[in-house]
Design a protein around this ligand. Structure first.
Ligand SMILES: Cc1ncc(COP(=O)(O)O)c(C=O)c1O
Length: 478
Protein backbone atom coordinates (compact mmCIF):
# COMPACT_ATOMS: atom_id res chain seq x y z
CA UNK A 1 0.00 0.00 0.00
CA UNK A 2 1.21 3.50 -0.82
CA UNK A 3 2.04 5.36 2.31
CA UNK A 4 2.39 9.08 2.96
CA UNK A 5 5.87 10.24 3.94
CA UNK A 6 6.17 9.31 7.61
CA UNK A 7 7.06 11.80 10.37
CA UNK A 8 10.63 10.61 10.84
CA UNK A 9 11.37 10.80 7.16
CA UNK A 10 9.52 14.12 6.85
CA UNK A 11 11.56 15.61 9.67
CA UNK A 12 14.85 14.50 8.14
CA UNK A 13 14.03 15.74 4.64
CA UNK A 14 12.36 18.83 6.04
CA UNK A 15 15.55 19.80 7.83
CA UNK A 16 17.50 19.16 4.64
CA UNK A 17 15.14 21.40 2.69
CA UNK A 18 15.30 24.21 5.25
CA UNK A 19 19.08 23.92 5.29
CA UNK A 20 19.13 24.22 1.49
CA UNK A 21 16.87 27.26 1.58
CA UNK A 22 19.00 28.89 4.28
CA UNK A 23 22.20 28.22 2.33
CA UNK A 24 20.64 29.59 -0.82
CA UNK A 25 19.30 32.74 0.83
CA UNK A 26 22.63 33.31 2.54
CA UNK A 27 24.27 33.77 -0.83
CA UNK A 28 21.97 33.82 -3.87
CA UNK A 29 24.87 35.50 -5.69
CA UNK A 30 26.62 32.12 -5.73
CA UNK A 31 24.55 31.76 -8.92
CA UNK A 32 24.48 33.89 -12.03
CA UNK A 33 21.41 36.06 -11.70
CA UNK A 34 20.51 35.28 -15.31
CA UNK A 35 21.53 31.73 -16.17
CA UNK A 36 23.53 31.22 -19.36
CA UNK A 37 21.40 28.37 -20.67
CA UNK A 38 19.78 27.66 -23.99
CA UNK A 39 16.02 27.18 -24.34
CA UNK A 40 15.19 23.51 -24.08
CA UNK A 41 18.24 22.66 -21.98
CA UNK A 42 16.21 21.83 -18.87
CA UNK A 43 13.63 19.79 -20.74
CA UNK A 44 16.26 17.74 -22.51
CA UNK A 45 17.95 16.93 -19.19
CA UNK A 46 14.73 15.49 -17.76
CA UNK A 47 13.09 12.14 -18.55
CA UNK A 48 10.06 12.23 -20.82
CA UNK A 49 8.04 9.97 -18.49
CA UNK A 50 7.19 10.15 -14.80
CA UNK A 51 8.92 7.40 -12.81
CA UNK A 52 7.13 4.09 -12.46
CA UNK A 53 8.66 3.26 -9.09
CA UNK A 54 9.08 5.50 -6.03
CA UNK A 55 12.31 7.44 -5.92
CA UNK A 56 14.32 8.33 -2.82
CA UNK A 57 13.75 11.91 -1.74
CA UNK A 58 17.50 12.55 -1.57
CA UNK A 59 17.79 11.80 -5.26
CA UNK A 60 14.97 14.21 -6.06
CA UNK A 61 16.70 16.92 -4.01
CA UNK A 62 20.00 16.22 -5.77
CA UNK A 63 18.29 16.73 -9.12
CA UNK A 64 16.80 19.97 -7.81
CA UNK A 65 20.32 21.13 -6.98
CA UNK A 66 21.80 19.86 -10.24
CA UNK A 67 19.11 20.71 -12.79
CA UNK A 68 16.76 23.34 -11.42
CA UNK A 69 18.80 25.79 -9.34
CA UNK A 70 21.45 26.60 -11.96
CA UNK A 71 18.80 27.01 -14.66
CA UNK A 72 16.81 29.48 -12.59
CA UNK A 73 16.66 33.23 -13.04
CA UNK A 74 17.47 34.34 -9.51
CA UNK A 75 14.93 36.93 -8.44
CA UNK A 76 16.45 36.74 -4.94
CA UNK A 77 19.86 37.78 -6.26
CA UNK A 78 20.83 41.26 -4.99
CA UNK A 79 21.83 42.12 -8.56
CA UNK A 80 18.32 41.45 -9.86
CA UNK A 81 17.20 44.80 -11.28
CA UNK A 82 14.87 43.62 -14.07
CA UNK A 83 11.10 44.15 -14.43
CA UNK A 84 10.25 45.01 -10.82
CA UNK A 85 12.74 43.86 -8.20
CA UNK A 86 11.03 41.77 -5.53
CA UNK A 87 11.84 39.91 -2.33
CA UNK A 88 10.69 36.50 -1.20
CA UNK A 89 11.55 37.46 2.38
CA UNK A 90 12.28 34.96 5.15
CA UNK A 91 9.00 35.46 7.03
CA UNK A 92 7.11 35.24 3.75
CA UNK A 93 8.81 32.00 2.75
CA UNK A 94 8.12 30.45 6.14
CA UNK A 95 4.49 31.60 6.01
CA UNK A 96 4.22 30.00 2.57
CA UNK A 97 5.63 26.74 3.94
CA UNK A 98 3.11 26.63 6.79
CA UNK A 99 0.28 27.46 4.40
CA UNK A 100 1.36 24.60 2.14
CA UNK A 101 1.35 22.25 5.10
CA UNK A 102 -2.20 23.19 6.09
CA UNK A 103 -3.31 22.78 2.47
CA UNK A 104 -6.53 24.60 3.21
CA UNK A 105 -8.86 25.51 0.39
CA UNK A 106 -10.58 28.64 1.71
CA UNK A 107 -13.33 28.74 -0.89
CA UNK A 108 -15.92 29.08 1.88
CA UNK A 109 -15.71 30.50 5.37
CA UNK A 110 -16.56 26.98 6.58
CA UNK A 111 -13.77 25.39 4.56
CA UNK A 112 -11.25 27.86 5.99
CA UNK A 113 -12.50 30.03 8.87
CA UNK A 114 -9.07 31.24 10.05
CA UNK A 115 -7.94 31.64 6.45
CA UNK A 116 -10.96 33.72 5.46
CA UNK A 117 -10.81 35.93 8.51
CA UNK A 118 -7.04 36.38 8.40
CA UNK A 119 -7.39 37.54 4.80
CA UNK A 120 -9.94 40.12 5.93
CA UNK A 121 -7.72 41.23 8.80
CA UNK A 122 -4.43 41.48 6.87
CA UNK A 123 -6.09 43.36 4.04
CA UNK A 124 -7.62 45.66 6.64
CA UNK A 125 -4.12 46.29 8.03
CA UNK A 126 -2.72 46.90 4.57
CA UNK A 127 -5.62 49.22 3.74
CA UNK A 128 -4.78 51.33 6.77
CA UNK A 129 -1.07 51.29 6.03
CA UNK A 130 -1.90 52.63 2.58
CA UNK A 131 -4.27 55.26 3.96
CA UNK A 132 -7.29 53.90 2.10
CA UNK A 133 -10.79 54.30 3.58
CA UNK A 134 -12.26 51.61 5.81
CA UNK A 135 -15.11 51.27 3.33
CA UNK A 136 -12.72 49.42 1.00
CA UNK A 137 -13.27 45.67 1.09
CA UNK A 138 -10.33 43.54 0.02
CA UNK A 139 -9.55 40.01 -1.09
CA UNK A 140 -6.30 38.41 -2.19
CA UNK A 141 -5.91 37.16 -5.74
CA UNK A 142 -2.97 35.51 -7.43
CA UNK A 143 -1.95 38.45 -9.59
CA UNK A 144 -2.81 42.02 -10.50
CA UNK A 145 -3.93 40.72 -13.88
CA UNK A 146 -6.67 38.72 -12.15
CA UNK A 147 -7.52 41.62 -9.83
CA UNK A 148 -7.93 44.01 -12.77
CA UNK A 149 -9.97 41.45 -14.69
CA UNK A 150 -12.32 41.03 -11.72
CA UNK A 151 -12.56 44.80 -11.24
CA UNK A 152 -13.59 45.32 -14.85
CA UNK A 153 -16.01 42.40 -14.62
CA UNK A 154 -17.63 44.22 -11.70
CA UNK A 155 -17.66 47.44 -13.73
CA UNK A 156 -19.49 45.58 -16.49
CA UNK A 157 -21.95 44.11 -14.00
CA UNK A 158 -22.56 47.57 -12.50
CA UNK A 159 -23.97 48.71 -15.84
CA UNK A 160 -27.06 46.63 -15.11
CA UNK A 161 -27.34 45.37 -18.69
CA UNK A 162 -28.00 41.75 -17.79
CA UNK A 163 -24.70 40.66 -19.32
CA UNK A 164 -24.17 38.04 -16.65
CA UNK A 165 -27.41 36.36 -17.72
CA UNK A 166 -27.63 37.07 -21.41
CA UNK A 167 -24.05 37.67 -22.49
CA UNK A 168 -22.94 40.18 -25.08
CA UNK A 169 -23.25 38.30 -28.33
CA UNK A 170 -26.44 38.42 -30.38
CA UNK A 171 -27.70 41.59 -28.69
CA UNK A 172 -27.82 44.34 -31.29
CA UNK A 173 -29.36 46.71 -28.75
CA UNK A 174 -26.10 46.75 -26.73
CA UNK A 175 -23.68 49.53 -27.58
CA UNK A 176 -19.94 48.81 -27.59
CA UNK A 177 -18.63 49.14 -24.03
CA UNK A 178 -15.53 51.30 -23.78
CA UNK A 179 -12.65 51.24 -21.31
CA UNK A 180 -10.00 53.97 -21.11
CA UNK A 181 -6.42 53.98 -19.91
CA UNK A 182 -3.15 55.64 -20.79
CA UNK A 183 -0.91 54.43 -23.56
CA UNK A 184 1.47 53.26 -20.82
CA UNK A 185 -1.05 51.18 -18.83
CA UNK A 186 -0.14 47.53 -18.32
CA UNK A 187 -1.08 44.86 -20.87
CA UNK A 188 -3.22 43.15 -18.20
CA UNK A 189 -5.88 45.79 -18.98
CA UNK A 190 -5.99 44.64 -22.62
CA UNK A 191 -6.22 41.03 -21.46
CA UNK A 192 -9.11 41.83 -19.12
CA UNK A 193 -10.99 43.63 -21.88
CA UNK A 194 -10.38 40.72 -24.26
CA UNK A 195 -11.42 38.09 -21.69
CA UNK A 196 -14.59 40.03 -20.83
CA UNK A 197 -15.67 39.91 -24.45
CA UNK A 198 -15.55 43.69 -24.85
CA UNK A 199 -13.12 43.49 -27.76
CA UNK A 200 -9.54 44.72 -27.69
CA UNK A 201 -10.52 47.62 -29.98
CA UNK A 202 -12.78 48.96 -27.24
CA UNK A 203 -9.85 49.66 -24.97
CA UNK A 204 -9.03 53.28 -25.69
CA UNK A 205 -5.38 53.99 -24.93
CA UNK A 206 -4.90 57.72 -24.49
CA UNK A 207 -1.81 59.87 -24.92
CA UNK A 208 0.22 60.90 -21.91
CA UNK A 209 1.61 64.29 -20.97
CA UNK A 210 5.30 65.21 -20.78
CA UNK A 211 5.63 63.29 -17.53
CA UNK A 212 4.00 60.16 -18.99
CA UNK A 213 0.71 60.69 -17.12
CA UNK A 214 -2.72 60.12 -18.58
CA UNK A 215 -3.98 63.46 -19.82
CA UNK A 216 -7.42 64.16 -18.25
CA UNK A 217 -8.34 66.52 -21.10
CA UNK A 218 -7.68 63.79 -23.64
CA UNK A 219 -9.77 61.44 -21.49
CA UNK A 220 -12.64 63.91 -21.29
CA UNK A 221 -12.57 64.43 -25.04
CA UNK A 222 -12.43 60.68 -25.78
CA UNK A 223 -15.39 59.95 -23.50
CA UNK A 224 -17.45 62.76 -25.05
CA UNK A 225 -16.59 61.62 -28.56
CA UNK A 226 -17.51 58.01 -27.77
CA UNK A 227 -20.82 59.10 -26.25
CA UNK A 228 -21.56 61.11 -29.41
CA UNK A 229 -20.77 58.02 -31.53
CA UNK A 230 -23.19 55.87 -29.54
CA UNK A 231 -20.59 53.90 -27.54
CA UNK A 232 -21.10 53.29 -23.84
CA UNK A 233 -18.14 54.43 -21.73
CA UNK A 234 -17.79 51.87 -18.93
CA UNK A 235 -14.58 52.28 -16.97
CA UNK A 236 -11.27 54.07 -16.65
CA UNK A 237 -8.11 52.33 -15.47
CA UNK A 238 -5.70 54.82 -13.90
CA UNK A 239 -2.19 53.67 -13.10
CA UNK A 240 -0.19 54.62 -10.03
CA UNK A 241 3.29 53.58 -11.10
CA UNK A 242 3.27 52.56 -14.77
CA UNK A 243 5.31 49.52 -15.66
CA UNK A 244 7.72 51.31 -17.98
CA UNK A 245 8.61 54.54 -16.18
CA UNK A 246 6.46 54.39 -12.98
CA UNK A 247 4.42 57.48 -13.85
CA UNK A 248 1.43 58.33 -11.67
CA UNK A 249 -1.77 59.25 -13.47
CA UNK A 250 -3.70 62.25 -12.03
CA UNK A 251 -6.24 60.19 -10.13
CA UNK A 252 -8.14 63.11 -8.51
CA UNK A 253 -8.95 64.69 -11.90
CA UNK A 254 -9.81 61.26 -13.36
CA UNK A 255 -12.04 60.51 -10.35
CA UNK A 256 -13.90 63.80 -10.95
CA UNK A 257 -14.62 62.80 -14.51
CA UNK A 258 -15.63 59.25 -13.58
CA UNK A 259 -18.02 60.58 -10.97
CA UNK A 260 -19.55 63.05 -13.39
CA UNK A 261 -19.96 60.51 -16.19
CA UNK A 262 -20.86 57.51 -14.03
CA UNK A 263 -17.75 55.52 -15.02
CA UNK A 264 -16.14 52.84 -12.88
CA UNK A 265 -12.66 53.92 -11.78
CA UNK A 266 -10.14 51.15 -11.30
CA UNK A 267 -6.66 52.06 -10.04
CA UNK A 268 -3.74 49.83 -10.94
CA UNK A 269 -1.23 50.49 -8.17
CA UNK A 270 0.29 47.01 -8.49
CA UNK A 271 3.87 48.17 -7.99
CA UNK A 272 3.85 51.70 -6.59
CA UNK A 273 0.87 51.45 -4.24
CA UNK A 274 3.19 50.21 -1.49
CA UNK A 275 5.00 53.56 -1.58
CA UNK A 276 1.96 55.10 0.13
CA UNK A 277 3.08 53.40 3.33
CA UNK A 278 5.72 56.14 3.51
CA UNK A 279 4.25 59.30 5.05
CA UNK A 280 6.25 61.41 2.57
CA UNK A 281 4.73 59.50 -0.37
CA UNK A 282 1.21 59.08 0.97
CA UNK A 283 0.03 61.46 -1.75
CA UNK A 284 0.70 58.92 -4.51
CA UNK A 285 -2.71 57.47 -3.68
CA UNK A 286 -4.45 60.85 -3.60
CA UNK A 287 -7.93 60.51 -5.03
CA UNK A 288 -7.87 56.73 -4.72
CA UNK A 289 -10.41 56.87 -1.90
CA UNK A 290 -12.87 57.67 -4.71
CA UNK A 291 -11.84 54.70 -6.84
CA UNK A 292 -14.37 51.93 -7.28
CA UNK A 293 -11.58 49.38 -7.14
CA UNK A 294 -7.82 49.32 -6.64
CA UNK A 295 -5.10 46.72 -6.85
CA UNK A 296 -1.76 46.66 -5.07
CA UNK A 297 0.60 43.69 -5.16
CA UNK A 298 2.42 42.81 -1.95
CA UNK A 299 4.37 40.39 -4.15
CA UNK A 300 5.89 43.34 -5.94
CA UNK A 301 7.24 45.91 -3.49
CA UNK A 302 6.13 44.51 -0.15
CA UNK A 303 8.51 41.61 0.42
CA UNK A 304 5.85 38.90 0.09
CA UNK A 305 6.64 35.85 -2.07
CA UNK A 306 4.72 35.63 -5.30
CA UNK A 307 1.74 35.28 -5.50
CA UNK A 308 -0.16 37.88 -3.51
CA UNK A 309 -2.29 40.60 -5.08
CA UNK A 310 -4.58 42.71 -2.89
CA UNK A 311 -7.78 43.72 -4.68
CA UNK A 312 -9.94 46.35 -3.00
CA UNK A 313 -13.37 47.59 -3.92
CA UNK A 314 -15.92 49.96 -2.48
CA UNK A 315 -18.63 47.73 -3.94
CA UNK A 316 -18.17 44.16 -2.73
CA UNK A 317 -21.84 43.48 -3.47
CA UNK A 318 -21.24 44.27 -7.16
CA UNK A 319 -18.26 41.93 -7.20
CA UNK A 320 -20.53 39.26 -5.72
CA UNK A 321 -23.25 40.04 -8.28
CA UNK A 322 -20.65 39.39 -10.95
CA UNK A 323 -19.21 36.18 -9.52
CA UNK A 324 -21.30 34.64 -6.76
CA UNK A 325 -22.82 31.29 -7.63
CA UNK A 326 -23.60 28.64 -5.03
CA UNK A 327 -24.41 25.13 -6.19
CA UNK A 328 -25.99 22.85 -3.61
CA UNK A 329 -22.74 21.09 -2.79
CA UNK A 330 -21.23 24.41 -1.67
CA UNK A 331 -24.18 25.68 0.34
CA UNK A 332 -23.41 26.29 4.02
CA UNK A 333 -25.61 27.30 6.94
CA UNK A 334 -23.50 30.32 7.96
CA UNK A 335 -24.93 33.65 6.99
CA UNK A 336 -23.11 36.95 7.28
CA UNK A 337 -19.72 35.46 6.55
CA UNK A 338 -17.30 36.12 3.72
CA UNK A 339 -17.07 33.23 1.29
CA UNK A 340 -14.01 33.99 -0.80
CA UNK A 341 -15.30 32.00 -3.77
CA UNK A 342 -17.84 34.79 -4.33
CA UNK A 343 -15.21 37.30 -5.46
CA UNK A 344 -13.70 35.81 -8.56
CA UNK A 345 -13.57 32.99 -11.07
CA UNK A 346 -11.55 30.48 -9.08
CA UNK A 347 -13.38 28.41 -6.54
CA UNK A 348 -10.27 27.22 -4.73
CA UNK A 349 -8.37 29.77 -2.67
CA UNK A 350 -4.81 29.35 -1.41
CA UNK A 351 -3.99 30.54 2.08
CA UNK A 352 -2.10 33.59 0.81
CA UNK A 353 -2.80 35.87 3.75
CA UNK A 354 -0.53 33.89 6.08
CA UNK A 355 2.67 34.99 4.37
CA UNK A 356 1.44 38.58 4.20
CA UNK A 357 0.54 38.48 7.90
CA UNK A 358 4.02 37.15 8.71
CA UNK A 359 5.66 39.86 6.57
CA UNK A 360 3.63 42.72 8.07
CA UNK A 361 4.31 41.50 11.60
CA UNK A 362 7.95 40.53 11.20
CA UNK A 363 9.05 43.83 9.64
CA UNK A 364 6.37 46.06 11.16
CA UNK A 365 5.44 49.35 9.58
CA UNK A 366 8.74 50.85 10.71
CA UNK A 367 10.81 48.12 9.08
CA UNK A 368 8.88 48.37 5.83
CA UNK A 369 9.27 52.15 5.79
CA UNK A 370 13.01 51.85 6.35
CA UNK A 371 13.41 49.29 3.55
CA UNK A 372 11.33 51.26 1.03
CA UNK A 373 13.26 54.44 1.87
CA UNK A 374 16.54 52.66 1.26
CA UNK A 375 15.32 51.50 -2.16
CA UNK A 376 14.31 55.06 -2.99
CA UNK A 377 17.71 56.32 -1.84
CA UNK A 378 19.54 53.78 -4.01
CA UNK A 379 17.41 54.62 -7.06
CA UNK A 380 18.09 58.34 -6.59
CA UNK A 381 21.79 57.72 -6.10
CA UNK A 382 21.90 55.75 -9.36
CA UNK A 383 19.85 58.40 -11.16
CA UNK A 384 22.40 61.00 -10.01
CA UNK A 385 25.23 59.00 -11.59
CA UNK A 386 23.26 58.78 -14.84
CA UNK A 387 22.56 62.51 -14.75
CA UNK A 388 26.20 63.40 -14.14
CA UNK A 389 27.55 61.18 -16.91
CA UNK A 390 28.21 62.91 -20.23
CA UNK A 391 26.92 59.96 -22.30
CA UNK A 392 23.96 58.62 -20.33
CA UNK A 393 20.59 60.37 -20.05
CA UNK A 394 17.56 59.74 -17.88
CA UNK A 395 14.51 58.77 -19.93
CA UNK A 396 11.91 59.80 -17.35
CA UNK A 397 11.64 61.33 -13.87
CA UNK A 398 12.45 58.96 -11.00
CA UNK A 399 9.45 58.73 -8.68
CA UNK A 400 10.12 55.47 -6.91
CA UNK A 401 12.75 52.73 -7.11
CA UNK A 402 12.97 52.42 -10.90
CA UNK A 403 15.41 54.35 -13.09
CA UNK A 404 15.01 54.46 -16.88
CA UNK A 405 17.93 55.66 -18.97
CA UNK A 406 19.74 55.46 -22.28
CA UNK A 407 23.24 55.79 -23.55
CA UNK A 408 23.33 58.61 -26.07
CA UNK A 409 26.95 59.51 -26.76
CA UNK A 410 27.69 62.53 -28.88
CA UNK A 411 28.18 61.70 -32.54
CA UNK A 412 26.05 61.12 -35.54
CA UNK A 413 24.18 57.91 -34.79
CA UNK A 414 20.65 57.44 -36.11
CA UNK A 415 17.79 56.60 -33.74
CA UNK A 416 17.78 52.91 -34.73
CA UNK A 417 21.55 52.77 -34.25
CA UNK A 418 21.20 54.24 -30.77
CA UNK A 419 18.48 51.71 -29.97
CA UNK A 420 20.76 48.91 -31.09
CA UNK A 421 23.64 50.36 -29.09
CA UNK A 422 21.54 50.37 -25.91
CA UNK A 423 20.37 46.83 -26.61
CA UNK A 424 23.95 45.66 -26.96
CA UNK A 425 24.97 47.42 -23.72
CA UNK A 426 22.13 45.68 -21.90
CA UNK A 427 23.08 42.29 -23.37
CA UNK A 428 26.70 42.75 -22.39
CA UNK A 429 25.84 43.77 -18.82
CA UNK A 430 23.39 40.89 -18.39
CA UNK A 431 25.94 38.39 -19.72
CA UNK A 432 28.10 39.20 -16.68
CA UNK A 433 25.86 37.06 -14.48
CA UNK A 434 26.30 39.70 -11.76
CA UNK A 435 23.28 41.82 -12.55
CA UNK A 436 20.11 41.54 -14.58
CA UNK A 437 18.39 44.64 -15.96
CA UNK A 438 15.52 44.77 -18.44
CA UNK A 439 14.33 47.30 -20.98
CA UNK A 440 11.25 49.09 -22.23
CA UNK A 441 10.47 51.62 -24.92
CA UNK A 442 9.92 55.22 -23.90
CA UNK A 443 8.32 57.33 -26.63
CA UNK A 444 9.33 54.59 -29.02
CA UNK A 445 12.99 54.56 -27.98
CA UNK A 446 14.77 51.53 -26.56
CA UNK A 447 15.39 52.32 -22.88
CA UNK A 448 17.23 50.43 -20.14
CA UNK A 449 15.47 50.00 -16.78
CA UNK A 450 17.03 49.46 -13.38
CA UNK A 451 14.41 48.41 -10.81
CA UNK A 452 15.32 48.07 -7.15
CA UNK A 453 13.12 46.01 -4.86
CA UNK A 454 15.19 43.35 -3.16
CA UNK A 455 15.97 43.53 0.53
CA UNK A 456 19.46 42.15 -0.14
CA UNK A 457 20.36 44.86 -2.63
CA UNK A 458 22.85 47.33 -1.18
CA UNK A 459 24.74 50.34 -2.48
CA UNK A 460 27.54 47.98 -3.42
CA UNK A 461 25.30 46.13 -5.90
CA UNK A 462 23.96 49.31 -7.43
CA UNK A 463 27.51 50.64 -7.74
CA UNK A 464 28.55 47.44 -9.47
CA UNK A 465 25.62 47.69 -11.91
CA UNK A 466 26.68 51.22 -12.78
CA UNK A 467 30.33 50.16 -13.28
CA UNK A 468 29.24 47.34 -15.60
CA UNK A 469 27.04 49.72 -17.59
CA UNK A 470 29.86 52.25 -17.95
CA UNK A 471 32.29 49.51 -19.03
CA UNK A 472 29.81 48.14 -21.55
CA UNK A 473 29.12 51.63 -22.91
CA UNK A 474 32.86 52.33 -23.28
CA UNK A 475 33.30 48.97 -24.99
CA UNK A 476 30.35 49.58 -27.35
CA UNK A 477 31.81 52.99 -28.24
CA UNK A 478 35.09 51.49 -29.39
C1 LIG B 1 1.40 48.42 -13.33
C2 LIG B 1 1.25 46.93 -13.42
N1 LIG B 1 0.04 46.39 -13.39
C3 LIG B 1 -0.15 45.06 -13.48
C4 LIG B 1 0.91 44.19 -13.59
C5 LIG B 1 0.65 42.71 -13.69
O1 LIG B 1 1.06 42.11 -12.51
P1 LIG B 1 0.78 40.56 -12.24
O2 LIG B 1 2.01 39.85 -12.70
O3 LIG B 1 0.58 40.47 -10.76
O4 LIG B 1 -0.41 40.15 -13.01
C6 LIG B 1 2.20 44.71 -13.62
C7 LIG B 1 3.35 43.82 -13.75
O5 LIG B 1 4.49 44.21 -13.71
C8 LIG B 1 2.37 46.11 -13.55
O6 LIG B 1 3.59 46.66 -13.62
Amino acid sequence: MTREMGPTEFRAHGHAVIERIARYLERPEAFDVLPAIRPGAVKSALPAEAPEEPEPFDRILDDYDRLILPATTHWNHPGFFAYFGITGSGPGILGEALAAALNVNAMLWRSGPAQTELEEVTLGWLRRLLGLPDSFFGVINDTASSSTFYALAAAREALGLGIRERGLAGRPELPALRVYCSEDAHSSVDKAVIALGLGADNLVRLPTDREFRLDPDALRAAVAEDQARGFLPMAVVATVGTTGVTAVDPVPAIADLCQREGLWLHVDAAYAGSAAILPELRQVLDGCDRADSLVVNPHKWLFTPIDCSAAYTRHPHVMRQAFSLTPEYLATPESDVTNLMDYGVSLGRRFRSLKLWFVLRYFGRAGIVEALREHLRLANLFAGWVRDHPGFVLAAPVHFSVVTFRYEPSGSRTAPELDELNGSILDRVNASGEVFLSHTRVRGRYTIRLAIGNLRTTEEHVTRAWALLCEAAAEADR
